[in-house]
Design a protein around this ligand. Structure first.
Ligand SMILES: *[C@@H]1O[C@H](CO)[C@@H](O)[C@H](O)[C@H]1NC(C)=O
Length: 294
């Protein structure tokens, strides 16, 4: 691993320290009302009596979504989710970062695609730069995401974007030092989550329809954590330097050795779709795929 050769053991130790933050261990989630707004269907949102757990409801009338009040550029963004259990075919829970809703938006997505009872959930990730996406990867998980809360996180700096599930990097998306059209790094983003009916495409390509007899469908959230640069207009302080914030520093530019091993394991065992190998869809290899050795 190149980082290790460059910086030696110090990097490994620093990474280990970062992992405490990565896992959100011992951290209390930010409160809902100080950090989020409901986007639509206020009456489909609930919290636990102590305010620590948040629920989004989907029924035949509508789904629901929330978003952060603040935008961020670079950082570490993390939340625990427990997904709709039982027969959840057709139901999609999205958990994502997005610059705005316009056509030129940048976006980093986790989407959880429900399934019929006993069939595995699929986790889809995607990235948009200036309104262009089409960079889907799909993974199966090594646990049932409807049984317990698990941590889903994004590390974002000017060198890489990593999607983590618990402590495991399931997807690493690299930047180059040349100007390019694939790496979102200019626009600050909000974090969102929503639940909706997507039975026109989500489960087995739309073959499996949502069974409304099981409504309402509920996804649960806790322990949101943002350790990132909060954007302020008009002069943003969110300049990426290696001196101030851990997420911009050298140790966060690549994977540690154990992370590299985990990432290889995911690549060998859990990937069920990768746009970089979909030559029918992309006869010409997308530029960023070559950075992964394709
Ligand atoms: C649902 O289960 C089927 C059968 O096991 C599987 O082929 C599919 O990938 C699963 N997920 C989705 C989102 O369709």
């Amino acid at each position: 691993m190149e980082m290790k050769m460059l910086f030696g053991v110090a990097v490994v130790v620093a990474m280990a320290a970062l992992m405490g933050v990565f896992a959100g261990e011992g951290e209390k989630g930010f409160s809902f009302k100080d950090n989020f707004d409901i986007m639509w269907a206020e009456d489909h949102f609930k919290t636990s009596p102590d305010g620590q757990v948040w629920y989004l409801y989907l029924d035949k009338q509508t789904g629901c979504g929330f978003q952060t009040l603040q935008r961020y550029r670079f950082g570490w963004f993390s939340m625990k989710l427990k997904l709709v259990g039982g027969d959840s075919a057709g139901v999609v829970t999205a958990y994502y970062m997005c610059s705005d809703t316009g056509p030129e938006r940048d976006e980093l997505d986790f989407e959880f695609l429900g399934n019929r009872t006993g069939q595995p959930y699929t986790i889809q990730t995607n990235l948009y730069k200036s309104g262009v996406g089409g960079r889907e990867m799909r993974h199966v998980l090594w646990f049932d995401p409807t049984k317990d809360f698990h941590i889903y996180s994004i590390l974002w700096n000017n060198h890489q974007i990593i999607f983590f599930v618990d402590k495991v990097p399931i997807r690493v998306y690299k930047n180059t030092d040349k100007p390019n059209n694939f790496f979102p790094n200019e626009k600050p983003m909000y974090m969102y989550s929503s639940i909706w009916n997507a039975d026109d495409w989500a489960t087995r390509g739309g073959l499996e329809k949502t069974d409304w007899r099981n409504a309402p469908f509920v996804s649960s959230y806790r322990d949101f954590h943002a350790d990132g640069c909060q954007w302020e207009d008009p002069y943003p302080p969110c300049v990426s330097t290696t001196t101030e914030n851990w997420w911009d520093q050298y140790a966060a530019w690549g994977l540690s050795d154990p992370q590299e091993e985990d990432s290889d394991w995911v690549g060998r065992n859990l990937v069920i779709y990768d746009y970089c190998t979909d030559t029918e869809r992309y006869p010409e290899l997308p530029e960023e795929c070559s950075l992964r050795g394709f």
